[in-house]
Design a protein. Structure first.
Length: 455
């Protein structure tokens, strides 16, 4: 590393999130210094397609003058205010109304926070508060799924079902139970149909609730399409069957729409795609197209009424953050939603998503590729050592990570997830030509990886 370069100063001063710290000390970072459209540029001016929209969030790409204007307008007008104790910045009301106009039924109200992790943490607190208010203090366990990603706070990190987010942190905490991931490719028995597999998972969920005691289970949390766990699309009828089980045992459904929300799956929300009627829902990331941190936890009418009852009992609803619903972030989110409407984001994702899904499915016959999955503008390609037995490569070989490094060298940024899953979640402003170029760069990296393996 060149002394005093940005990379050298990074190694000297930054503690990096989700990074192998000793390897990073040796290699240093890729320094990104600007962005435009679906591209970002490093310090030397090299251009990359951001194949994962940063962290699944930069839905409108890396320059949007209207969002810059919305932020600076709001900064001039009212740079800070809060919603504590009955006050409110006007822009937050506008945002709540705009969000409710598209939110799945039966959601009615939103509380704004700063990140997806906080939103999920709050969802759990709400489930607990509701059950206390309803006089059933023992109904507190939360069922999540293995491979899920719900964040990093002590509770959302506990809901997460990925070892790398828990190892060393003494997570998960008690009251969290994990059930199987609905991934037909790896989880189904030979010849088991998607429908039968979904039925089996719903039965398994019911057995878990029975074993734990339905009177102890408060909520079930799920991403409609799992993101960081490996872009896992459930069987079509999975959520319908799961919801029937939850209804039977009076268990709340918390939908984590932090990745799927705002058009990504070809509907406003993943809940719309899979017929989910959530009691609580969390959103973040694309709510502001990644331009500023803002997130929200949305609740249904009955959940809200229970919160009111709890607030009467305790004297107030005792939750809030200084920056939750920050007016500048709210103004940016409001403008983001306007842009999504104007560009018909749902129609656009369906159209361009078809190009992405069809383009990637051409790789299904490639000797390195086990499964191609996804919908709308989110997709994944899973690399396998043996196609017949669906066996992944030994993790230590870092085959997916190697492909990602090669893709970076060819101007495509993406990520390898557990099981050598290469993820695609580009900014939703990408067009068919952008998809074709992204796949061309992926293609070169895939062929290089395949050649290297045969050497
Ligand atoms: N939920 C899902 C589905 C996510 O993908 C993420 C982040 O990637 C989170 C929650 C946590 O959000 P944040 O990183 O904003 O805390």
């Amino acid at each position: 590393m060149i002394p005093n370069s940005t990379a050298a100063r990074d190694v000297a001063y930054l503690l990096h999130p989700y990074t192998n710290l000793s390897a990073h000390r040796e290699s240093g970072p890729l320094v990104i210094s600007r962005g435009k459209g679906i591209h970002v540029y490093d310090e030397e001016g090299r251009e990359y397609i951001e194949g994962l929209a940063g962290l699944w969030c930069a839905g409108l790409g890396f320059d949007q003058e209207r969002l810059v204007e919305a932020a600076s307008r709001q900064m001039r007008q009212l740079p800070f205010y809060h919603a504590f104790g009955g006050k409110v910045p006007d822009v937050l009301v506008d945002l709540a109304e705009a969000l409710m106009a598209i939110a799945p039924k039966p959601l009615e109200r939103a509380l704004f926070v700063n990140s997806g992790s906080e939103a999920n943490d709050l969802a759990v607190k709400i489930a607990w508060y509701v059950n206390n208010a309803l006089g059933r203090p023992e109904k507190k366990k939360i069922i999540a799924r293995r491979k899920a990603y719900h964040g990093v706070t002590v509770m959302s990190g506990s809901l997460t079902g990925l070892a790398y987010a828990q190892d060393g942190f003494d997570l998960p905490v008690s009251r969290v139970v994990h059930v199987d991931t609905p991934h037909h490719y790896h989880g189904a028995e030979p010849d088991e149909s998607e429908e039968d597999y979904a039925t089996r998972l719903a039965e398994q969920l019911e057995a878990t609730i029975q074993a734990e005691g339905p009177e102890t289970v408060a909520a079930f949390i799920a991403e409609p399409v799992m993101g960081a766990g490996g872009v896992i699309v459930p069987p079509r009828t999975y959520f319908e069957k799961v919801q029937a089980v939850l209804r039977r045992h009076d268990v709340l459904f918390i939908a984590d729409e932090v990745i799927c929300g705002f058009g990504r799956t070809g509907n406003w929300f993943g809940c719309d795609t899979f017929g989910i009627r959530p009691d609580i829902m969390t959103v973040a990331k694309q709510l502001s197209a990644g331009f500023l941190p803002i997130a929200a936890t949305l609740v249904s009418g009955p959940v809200y009424e229970a919160l009111v009852a709890g607030s009467d009992k305790h004297g107030m609803f005792g939750h809030g953050n200084t920056y939750g619903g920050h007016p500048v972030a709210a103004a940016v989110a409001l403008e983001t939603l306007k842009i999504y409407h104007e560009m018909d984001i749902v129609g656009r994702v369906r159209r361009v998503g078809t190009a992405l899904q069809e383009g990637l499915r051409r790789y299904i016959d490639h000797p390195l590729v086990g499964e191609v999955r996804g919908l709308g503008l989110i997709a994944g390609v899973e690399l396998v050592a043996d196609k017949a037995s669906r066996t992944n490569f030994d993790k230590a070989r870092g085959i997916g990570a190697g492909l990602v490094r090669r893709a970076q060298a060819h101007g495509l940024l993406t990520r390898a997830m557990p099981g050598d899953l290469i993820g695609f979640c580009p900014p939703m402003i990408i067009d068919e030509a952008g998809v074709a170029e992204m796949l061309r760069r992926f293609d070169v990296a895939l062929e290089e990886s395949w050649s290297a393996l045969r050497e």
